[in-house]
Design a protein around this ligand. Structure first.
Ligand code: SF4
Ligand code: ZN
Length: 315
């Protein structure tokens, strides 16, 4: 099959628009779409110091690679990779290796932050202390991991002086988050998915997802075609995620309806235009313990730290 755009040998056919692409045009389309997403949602300024959260998985490694190319056209901005070590045995070390290796390869400044250093416990310790899920522990490991990762990523972004923090969430991740918020009836959280980075509290670094319109399959293909090395094994805690069911639904339905995730994300964008005057977040205040943004007295990170400490003392 020939590339629709130039007639060269095709390496990938997009199912949703049947565009056949050679390697050069595949890469060009990927990078153009990221650039278009950044421009459309005003994600970056010309002089921004841009932090990228890098886990070592396919999404963050591809984002790092694409941003390093885009950023070359903006000499007044610069990139910095933030790598978080959650402390997960037989898993995290490999991700850290790929994250650091790719940052070095692209000559991007990088910094590693850890749960252990900032919170006092590894994720493995936390799960051990909180006990078995459904018996002693209320939520899946990803809930606790997410609370701490969000907090440490923000702290790290501030420490490195970033204006904006980018994450590698892709099209299906965004579609999943939209569906999950609808399933939970959490409309406040749904409208907070506004793709424009916004400063909603003095201590929060604005966030953006330049891959929110890029399908996962194309990210995998981008890594493959460009010989990008990334961590492929799944996190041992991933089986506990409620997201799994919604994720399965999306990928299964997408086989028959390739536009599904695009439609969900576009639907969110249309909804956001209609609800512009609805308050998008509860009033944020400073956490009484650490000063970070929170909707109640204590931020979720400090709440979790207190909980882990009190259970540990009882044991
Ligand atoms: Fe954390 Fe869950 Fe991701 Fe594992 S799968 S790194 S526990 S959020
Ligand atoms: Zn706090």
């Amino acid at each position: 099959m020939k590339c629709t755009l130039c007639g060269e040998q095709t390496v990938y056919v997009r199912q949703y628009d049947k565009l056949a692409l050679c390697i050069r045009h595949f890469n060009e389309q990927m990078r153009k779409r990221v650039q278009k997403t950044i421009t459309r949602y005003k994600m970056l300024g010309r002089k921004d110091r841009i932090a990228i959260g890098v886990s070592g998985g396919k999404d963050s490694i591809a984002l790092l690679d694409i941003m390093s190319r885009i950023e070359k056209d903006f000499p007044e901005s610069n990139l910095v990779a933030i790598i978080i070590d959650e402390g997960i045995e037989n898993y995290r070390d490999e991700g850290l290796h790929f994250a650091k290796m790719n940052a070095k390869r692209l000559n991007i400044e990088h910094h590693v932050f850890s749960f252990k250093h900032d919170f006092g416990y590894d994720l493995d310790n936390i799960i051990e202390i909180l006990g078995e899920r459904g018996k002693d522990r209320e939520y899946g490991a990803c809930s606790y991991c997410g609370i701490l990762r969000r907090k440490i990523l923000n702290k790290a972004a501030k420490e490195v002086g970033a204006d904006v923090l980018l994450t590698g969430h892709n099209l299906e991740d965004e579609a999943e988050t939209v569906l999950l918020n609808i399933i939970r009836g959490d409309i406040q959280r749904l409208v907070r998915l506004d793709p424009k980075p916004r400063k909603i509290h003095h201590s929060l670094v604005p966030r953006a997802k330049p891959f929110r319109t890029t399908p996962q399959a194309e990210i995998v293909m981008y890594c493959y075609l460009n010989d990008l090395e990334y961590q492929e094994i799944p996190c041992p805690y991933a089986v506990e995620a409620y997201r799994g069911d919604v994720r399965d639904f999306i990928f299964k339905t997408q086989e028959k309806q390739p536009m599904l995730s695009f439609n969900i994300v576009r639907g969110l964008d249309k909804l956001l235009k209609l609800v512009n005057d609805i308050p998008t977040s509860k009033k944020m205040q400073d956490c009484t313990k650490c000063g970070e943004a929170t909707a109640s007295d204590l931020c979720r990170g400090c709440w979790l730290k207190d909980k882990v400490q009190s259970i540990k003392e009882l044991k």
